[in-house]
Ligand binder design. Structure first.
Ligand code: F6R
Length: 249
């Protein structure tokens, strides 16, 4: 996978925010919607902060943006502090002019009997919007993208996923340090839909991510490491800082 290594995550995040802003503006000029796939977690926070700055200081408008988030815990109430709904509102949507009906996050409150339908509908909405123009990703310590944990096949659809122990352990601090409070499941966009995005940018910061970046960029493509599927994508880019790139040959 092509990889750009920046001296630090701030500069890297600005470059990614610029690419997203250019996409939004190009689509705007053409009278089209920009369809964005968005991620939560620590990695994209500065990208969102930079987009908010561009909105406030440079007049970047999100009126033509339609977005789809990768995942949400299940079950999860939208107003809970750990919900990805709340994360997105706080980190981005509440500070820009995106239309309230134009952002989508998997629904952590859907009843078990409606889950399969909800996942199907989520994919249909992406398709009806014209597919994802741009997908932003982080990478889990176990190589997950979205919450496609190791074992996820390349053709997997949007679905309920059992979270890995390592993923739940990493989320513990968000749940008052209590592992038992971390949901065991999450709804995640499937690998297949992620790979259908026209452009994919994966972010990784810090030494902690170095081994996984190495595996994703140079390792064998396998379900044991879902991030390795990005090697097959014709227009994917890894944007990382020096520490996350320290293991690369
Ligand atoms: C979040 C998501 C996850 C995270 C990954 C890295 O929506 O889909 O795959 O991107 O767990 O998380 P951070 O950025 O917190 O290291």
């Amino acid at each position: 996978v092509p990889t750009r290594i920046f001296p630090n995550s701030e500069e890297a995040s600005k470059a990614v925010a610029n690419e997203i802003a250019e996409l939004i503006k190009t689509k705007q000029k053409a009278g089209q919607q920009a369809v964005l796939g968005l991620a939560t977690g620590s990695s994209p926070k500065t990208v969102y902060a930079e987009l908010i700055r561009m909105h406030k200081e440079e007049g970047l408008s999100f009126k033509n943006v339609i977005s789809f988030n990768l995942d949400e815990y299940y079950p999860m109430q939208p107003d809970a502090i750990q919900s990805y709904w709340r994360f997105m509102k706080e980190q981005l949507f509440d500070h820009v002019d995106i239309e309230p009906g134009n952002f989508h996050i998997p629904d952590g409150t859907v009843s078990p009997s409606m889950l399969a339908q909800h996942c199907q509908d989520y994919e249909k909405k992406i398709k009806d919007a014209g597919g994802l123009d741009f997908q932003l990703l982080g990478i889990g310590g176990n190589g997950h993208i979205g919450f496609n944990e190791p074992g996820s096949l390349e053709n997997t659809k949007t679905r309920l996923m059992m979270l890995d122990q390592s993923t739940r352990a990493a989320a513990k601090t968000d749940f008052g340090g209590e592992l038992t409070k971390v949901p065991k499941k999450a709804i995640t966009l499937g690998v297949a839909k992620i790979l259908q995005a026209k452009r994919i940018v994966l972010l990784a910061w810090g030494e902690r991510k170095a081994p996984m970046i190495c595996n994703a960029v140079e390792g064998t493509v396998s379900a044991q490491n879902p991030s390795s599927y990005l090697q097959k994508h014709p227009n994917a880019l890894f944007v990382i800082d020096e520490a996350a790139g320290s293991g690369l040959k």
